[in-house]
Design a protein around this ligand. Sequence first.
Ligand SMILES: [Zn+2]
Length: 416
Amino acid sequence: MSQKFSGKRAYRFLKKIGFIRFAGSSGELEASKIIAESFRKMGYSVDIEEFKIWSYRIIEAGLEVLEPNYRKIPCRGVGLTGSTSKDGVVDELVYVEDGGKRFLVKDKIWLYYGGLDAEKYREIVKYKPKALIRVEENPSRNPAFTDMPVEWWKYGKIPMIRVKYSDAYRLMRLRKAKIRVKLIQNEFETLSRNIVAEKVGIKYPDEVIIIGAHYDSEYGTIGATDNAGGIAVMMELARIFSLKQNMRTIRFIAFGAEELGLRGSRNYVKIHERELEKVKLMVNIDVQGSGIGRISAIISGGDDIKNYIEILGKELGISIRVSQGIASSDSTSFAWKNVPSISFSRSGGPTFFMHTEKDDFRHVDPFGLELSGMLIESFLNRIVNAVEYPFKREIPENVKKNIKEYFEKRMGIEMK
Ligand SMILES: [Zn+2]
């Protein structure tokens, strides 16, 4: 079989897992089986590592204007934010912008525009809004599928729904609107799993390079680019590396439940904490496949890695947007435990519809998969087989600060 990265072959794999793979659902389980089976067929030794997560099912989400004039407004429930009573909550609507102090009032139902992090959420909860209506920031997007980190539960729960920007604007202009918000959901503990496939290095078996991608999708989307595309690239890389010798150990990991707060990678670094010393580098692949697009690499590591990627881009004639910092993805769980990491992504048309039902096959193309694949393959070839491992084990102070903020401020996780 060919040792060349094939975008077409990767695309076929993407299609194979092109169904909803929401964490904790039967779709996620089905995808894990397909991935594990493919690794085994390539000759890898495969481990399946299960872990507990909280997942949910939205039963009903509704938004009605009761006064001044009755109308129904389409909305989407936000997962893991609890439920209203079965008749919903009724109150006056207030527009609170992005939660600046001058807008905040006790109770009511809030129309909220902007992002939320743990810090902000903790403040908001003190005002006890009966429900939060979140506004989709991009006017061209339908309400996204989102969920709240369970770490925020300790502050209290506020039922949340999301609406389109245009609908939110209509609501905002109403005077003294009385509205009803209904959200009914099941929240339950269940299992997700990481699929770990390894091929031991023939010369430096104790030096490990991890290549990872999450295979779960958000609730209600097939996540063609996020991240069936990343899995497709990873599986094609695994196929190529199964056909040739590797000096260092390569370990491919398909992570579960990334969308619910990096659950898979956080579980992995927790249960393997002692062995992480052997891991030289974690290469993460998240968001891939846009036909028209551009490639980015976020380095949670030193200047040496950054320079190396930039030069490799020149060598291959592919312009790469290289930056140092953190990606909101599984690479950050590793950087948190002092394993330098890189996250490769390809953004383009479909990525503007990420976490909506429009992240589908429409604008996904073998070409996009092949370009990323070729680049990551060249990089891995060098790193896995270098006579001396080229990079320092270093996370710069500013990146450490990003990591701390990400987990503490945004996710609400206490760091040791
Ligand atoms: Zn993703």
